[in-house]
Ligand binder design. Sequence first.
Ligand code: NAD
Ligand code: DAU
Length: 344
Amino acid sequence: MKILVTGGAGFIGSCFVRLALQNASTEIVNIDKLTYAGNLENLASLADNPRYRFQKADLCDLDGLRQIFEETKPDAVVHFAAESHVDRSILSPQPVFETNLRGTFNLLESMRAKAVGRFIHVSTDEVYGSLDAPLEADENFPLQPSSPYSASKAGSDLLALGYFKTYKMPVMVTRASNNYGPYQFPEKLIPLMISNALEDKPLPVYGDGMQVRDWLYVEDHCRALLAILEKGRDGEIYNIGGNRSVANRWVIEQILAITGKPASLMTTVTDRPGHDRRYALSSAKLSKETGWSPQMDFERGLKMTVDWYRTHDQWVRDVKSGEYQSYYARNYDHRASELNQVRT
Ligand code: NAD
Ligand code: DAU
């Protein structure tokens, strides 16, 4: 099977590419714009793999995409490419609109013209918004996105499902919870806290730090996507959760314990605007239809992730050497000064 992957140079996409190629009959074409989040180093292990090909491409270029489909003729498309970070979407919503909405539209249009095989639109639990305990969202839960990022994902989910209903395109939508693991850009909670802790820098906790996220090891997510590609039903939505809902503050304390750093590194900063308090998902439908369940225990996965960042300090230095410093200042300086760096 030939799979066209979008955004395969990012965190989850690169894991998917590595995992999917373990099947000797799979071929991958990876198209990616290589934004700040896309990094070909994430796929360095595949340099000599004859079943893997990379092509630089921007989803906002409809003609370019049509050409790629003309040449590639994939059996399936797995669509990861997105502006994926909530804080950046709050600072600069425009690229989020362009890639997540227009880019997804362009992709669907290029596929419609070519009638290619299955399409997985990789989406997020954030589309359900914040849920009071003990609620868990199933796939029929109302959409209540809070940020430009989650609103763009909710919109693109509906667009993809609209192409199923109207044009009978074999579309499936997946909604995963918070991923963690190797190669995650150090703007997201876990890699940011690990890399700051390893450098003895402050760990910026938004608000009271009692927001709850459900943590999913990235390989578990990618195994779920492969199972859905094989056994999922067209036109369906599948939640993918890690079964491990915990407060941010607890996660940060675990990272401090694993890295052997003091709690005094934790620094309260002002909260994210529109910050969702709690996400929680039911993945019962996915487990029932494919037999999938998350395999990684969170404590073990977190230790492995800390080890990975410890042993990949050059990767961390490289990804932090681009526009990262200016993003970091834009996102954190005002938060820290607003609260006058109250140490917790
Ligand atoms: P990421 O930011 O690490 O990677 C995104 C990739 O998309 C990068 O390689 C980037 O270069 C590429 N890209 C961005 N704009 C593009 C464009 N216009 N054209 C082509 N390529 C472009 O993201 P991630 O964390 O790996 O997330 C992948 C997908 O999974 C996203 O759709 C995200 O919404 C979804 N998701 C992420 C999580 C999570 O916890 N990270 C959870 C659930 C769902
Ligand atoms: O739920 C799935 C989503 O998870 C994905 O769709 C997104 O692509 C992904 O970025 C992630 O979104 P979150 O906003 O939940 O992830 P983030 O790592 O940015 O933040 C996790 C929690 O940690 C959130 O409650 C905000 C908090 N946080 C985050 C950062 C970066 C902090 O307290 N301090 C920080 O510096």
